[in-house]
Write a protein that binds this ligand. Structure first.
Ligand code: SAM
Length: 258
């Protein structure tokens, strides 16, 4: 979807999005899906394309008092809805574009992109940005409450989003690899799509890829990797205060302005 169309489509629907899209039976399925996100207590989590913040209460519960959540969306009316959700002082909700994230590099343990990925105008760039802000060994999950085929049929009923589909599994794998992410798994079943990846860590051993390009080899995780290795992103072991917020006013690393 072109960027301006994307904004208009979702701006118009923000006020009643959650009520329309998440009646109780769907909410129960969402609650089951969230378990798969493997969000740990004290994690620093980024909710990409948060919409009205339907995930936020669940993520807040999972990360607990020692965790931190940042949620963003391109549509301002969606952000306004999300900002009404009960959050902790260390959390944040903001308007931002996934293609140019206003965050420091390497700060998030988990990135959750729920029901949003097909709408991104440049999926390769979106994944690159997600990888940039993910900590080494951190994980990203792209999730839907529909299979890839079901989602294509569903979007097909709305002219504005009819072309917003999930890439094939092979294409998704290439997108992950190109972004420096290892695609750990894709689950594509009726009522559920989950693509999970890990920030690839360079081993420093170079090799030739299938195109003959020399590059550093990567592995999918680092021993001992887990939330809050630096202590900067969340409350420390012995109740140290939270570190600085992972976003800062000023130029975004990709050249845009925060
Ligand atoms: C189908 S809605 C899902 C919202 C929310 N995750 C939910 O499930 O209720 C997709 C969201 O992606 C957002 N979006 C589309 N393009 C975006 C972009 N480039 N950057 C950030 N958010 C974007 C839209 O504004 C919209 O709120």
């Amino acid at each position: 979807m072109a960027m301006a169309d994307a904004v208009a489509f979702f701006e118009e629907r923000a006020a009643d999005w959650e009520q329309t899209c998440y009646p109780d039976p769907v909410r129960r399925r969402l609650e089951a899906l969230i378990v798969e996100f493997d969000v740990q207590p004290r994690a620093c989590v980024l909710d990409v394309g948060t919409g009205p913040g339907v995930l936020l209460p669940y993520l807040r519960q999972r990360v607990g008092a020692g965790g931190r959540i940042c949620a963003f969306d391109l549509a301002f009316n969606m952000v306004r809805q999300a900002a009404n959700k009960a959050l902790a002082p260390q959390d944040g909700v903001m308007q931002a574009d996934v293609h140019c994230l206003p965050f420091q590099s390497g700060v998030f343990d988990r990135i959750v992109c729920f029901a949003a990925f097909p709408h991104f105008a440049q999926p390769a760039l979106a994944l690159q940005e997600m990888r940039r802000v993910l900590s080494p060994g951190g994980r990203v999950v792209i999730a839907h409450l529909m299979s890839r085929a079901e989602l294509a049929r569903h979007h097909g009923t709305h002219a504005s989003v009819a072309r917003d589909v999930l890439p094939s599994h092979a294409k998704m794998r290439l997108l992950f690899e190109a972004a420096g992410l290892v695609l750990d798994s894709i689950e594509d079943l009726p009522g559920r799509y989950l693509a999970k990846g890990t920030h690839a860590v360079e081993t420093g051993v170079s090799g030739l890829d299938r195109n003959g390009v020399r590059s550093a080899r990567t592995q999918s995780s680092v021993p001992g990797a887990g939330p809050h290795r630096t202590g900067l992103r969340a409350a420390g072991e012995k109740g140290r205060p939270f570190g600085p917020l992972p976003w800062q006013p000023g130029p975004a690393p990709c050249g845009g302005r925060v």
